[in-house]
Structures are given as structure tokens and as C-alpha cells.
Design a protein around this ligand. Sequence first.
Ligand code: OGA
Ligand code: MN
Length: 296
Amino acid sequence: MNFKVLKSKIDFTAEVFGIDARQNISHEQKIQLTKLINEYAVIILKNQKINDDEQIKFSENFGFIEPAGTNTELTKITDRRLSLKMNDVSNLDKNNKPLTKSNQNRIFALGNRLWHTDASFKKIPVTFSILSGRKVSSKGGETEFCDMRCGYKALSNKMKNKVESLIGEHSLQYSRGKLGFIMKDVLTNKELKKFKPVLQPLVRKNYVTDRKSLYLSAHLGLIKDWELADSILFINDLMEICTRPDYIYSHKWEENDLVIWDNTQVMHRGRYFNDQKEIRDVRRTTIAGTEMLIDQ
Ligand code: OGA
Ligand code: MN
């Protein structure tokens, strides 16, 4: 296994060669790959023509799979296109047809176009995401990544101290609310309970590299004990810093790309494509975290 760092303003993306995700990988390869993900945070493997079972098996090298939450999604189990171990990030319904404009699942999925880290709304947040491009759009549909370690580093010492003392509240209610999907208007109280905010620190430290990073997401909507308006302004400022053009890598998909990222260090977002005309079938497996970061 070897790798090449993809040149951008900052080096946080590496293309890895010599891994076939359909095959068992050796213990040594697993250690190397895990180290690379922690160091770089975005890893690209090209030409990985895998099926769901192969993707699941490959992903399990990095830990347990976080099941796609029927708990935290609106899609009914019977409407799902894929198994619960797979996150359907496509624009398709269970008959493999593009979701129509006003379909609720489509609107919900459009939340992926906001800068976010995956599943930061879980008490034990996830670590790595593994996204497989089974069918990609001919135009648009890039996935962008930004390095939140650079965001942290860019802060003044005073600001670093301040953010380290703060706690963020994360919920799908906040991210979806940003797109006008106001859950409390459409869900019952019982349904709403599933989307109760969880607490996360605003700064995390990577256990392999010891590097600190901001920990933001579209799901972050409130700073604990702050007014909502103050929270929104403060979070917007931090978001702006993390998403400076120099801190971004944009991935232009080719079929069978397998992209792995570390949600504890980078945010990502999908970009526009014509989802009514084109099919974009990308499927994600997500690795469960092992610890709650704040008692709650
Ligand atoms: C995801 C995601 C963005 C995209 O898979 O978690 O947000 O470009 N994807 O599809
Ligand atoms: Mn995502």
C-alpha cells in the first residue's frame, strides 16, 4: 500500500493505492490506513467496484457500523432502498427512480448540501464515513471537504480558550430547520423526542496525532446556556473560518470512487446536481464512535 497526497492549499487529502476493498486487508494495511485517515482526514481509493456486502465488510475494519437510524430518520423501514447498515445518500426512491421535487425524503436529504459532520446529533458521535460512488452525476454533485483543524489553528489564543470552554447542542432539528423543514410543525411530540439535542464539545483532540480541531456541523444549533441569536452568530463565525477557500478540497466523483473521511476533523457537503434528471447513487457506511464526549 502506498499513497500520494493530493495537492491543494493545505494537505489533508491522500489517494491510496494498492488496496482492493473487495478483499480482506491485512492487519498491517488496516493499521496503516487507519493512521492515514487520522493524519490526513480524507482518503480516496479509486476503482473500487464493490457491492453493499463488500462495503460493509471493508468498513468493519475500522469498527462497528452505526446503523442508519430509523430512530433519527423519517424514512419508514418499508420505504428503504438499502439495508440498515447502509446510509442511502442517493437521490432515489425504493424503485430506483429519482425522488420528486417535493418528496419529504428528498427535502430531508438536501440537508447534506449544508456543511456538516455526520451524525454529530448522536450522544456517541460517529468517527469515519465511507462513501461509495456507484453511479455519479455527469455534472455537479461534487463533495467538498473542509479541514476543521485549520479552523481551530486560525483562532487567536483568546478565542481558542473560549471555544474550549463551550458546549454545543446538536440536533437534526437545527440542520433541517435551516432548510425550512421545521420539525416541530410537522412531527408529533413523540416523533420530536427522537430529535432532542445532544451535547458535544466545540473542540476535539485527535487521539493519534494530538492535533486539535473545531467540531462543528450543520446540526449544531445552540451553545449551551447561551441565547439562540448569540449562538447562531457565534457558530456562523466559526463556520466561516473553517470553510475559507484555502481549507477546502472538492472531490469530483468518478464511478467506483471510495472516499473515506474522519468526521471528527473535517466537515463536508454535497454540491448541486440536476437530481430530477440525473441519477446519483452514492452509499455510505458509517463507523460508530466508542465514547460519549460529554456526560448527558
Ligand atoms: C454523506 C454526505 C454528501 C454528498 O454521505 O454523508 O453528506 O456529496 N454526502 O453526497
Ligand atoms: Mn454527510
